[in-house]
Design a protein around this ligand. Sequence first.
Ligand code: UDP
Ligand code: MN
Length: 329
Amino acid sequence: MKNFVDKIQMSRITSICAMKTTTKMYLSVILSTLCIVFFQYQLSKASFVTLQRSDSIGGSTSTNNIITSEKNGNELKEPSPMLPPLYIITPTYRRPEQLAEITRLGYTLKHVPNLLWLVIEDAATPSALVTRQLKRIGVPFEHLVAPMPDKFKKRVVKPRGVSNRNRGLTWIRKNATDGVFYFADDDNTYDLEIFDQMRHTKKVSMWPVGLVTKYGLSSPIVRNGSISGFYDGWIGGRKYPVDMAGFAVNVKFFLSRPKAIMPYHAGYEEDKFLRSLSPLNITEIELLASNCTEILTWHTQTKKNPVASPIDMHKYNGTNLVRLRKLIV
Ligand code: UDP
Ligand code: MN
């Protein structure tokens, strides 16, 4: 009898143990599933610039239109959820070299993670060829237009790219909340290293730019780790005699300066824009490129090409030249 009772108790204990093991199994499966779901949620939240889109696609005025918007032009570089977003503001305009410049810059930017390329044409209407090329390159982009006001077009020395860059700044004010922005002209040359470095700018960062003026260089002069002046072939009474390609700005800092804007003043665009970020102490400027001892950006200038001679459409009708002529300026 005792044996029988013992047996019953034993079998109960075994089944309780078995139950506990099953429960444990279920619990751990549920827990791990929850962990995975939570982790994926966090990833998806941070996977790209948290854009609060308030610019309307196809808005009411041409200067404010987003012509095309591609958040996911091809795959984003993974994994980069913790990287602050980088906004690259590129002014561009119609000329024989335009598509070549866009293509070269675009494929450079394609190597940079968590980046949004704001391509802004100095034009009344967007170029379909530019849109097509941006899509092909596959860098996430916004395609906008901002024509230079007519009164500036008549000037001998024009404020080049200013309407476009200001359009980029307006876009940032409306849509960005954090990260860093940088003015990258379509014809310059950029080492990928500079994007990694500028991304962590707290207020304003600066670094040397090669091929600027007869000095071949524009750079902060660094003595004992801090700025003691600027080296540039043209000082012109500027507080910040730097090149457009030589600085980046933190988005939050910019948003805290509601009056910051780029003036239509040829030769003084960088200086006056940086001044408009005041208050900004020169000691707060972060020095990149190993304390300004390396050149990671160049103010390259593409040779100007003459407008292409017209193709004789009687002679070449029915050939590939009919289509090629639409691709050239
Ligand atoms: N740009 C523009 N409209 C113009 C001339 C230039 O949008 O009428 C753009 C150009 O594509 C470039 C930037 O502004 O991204 C600076 O122009 P450019 O390279 O001609 O000036 P530089 O580098 O010689 O100062
Ligand atoms: Mn240029």
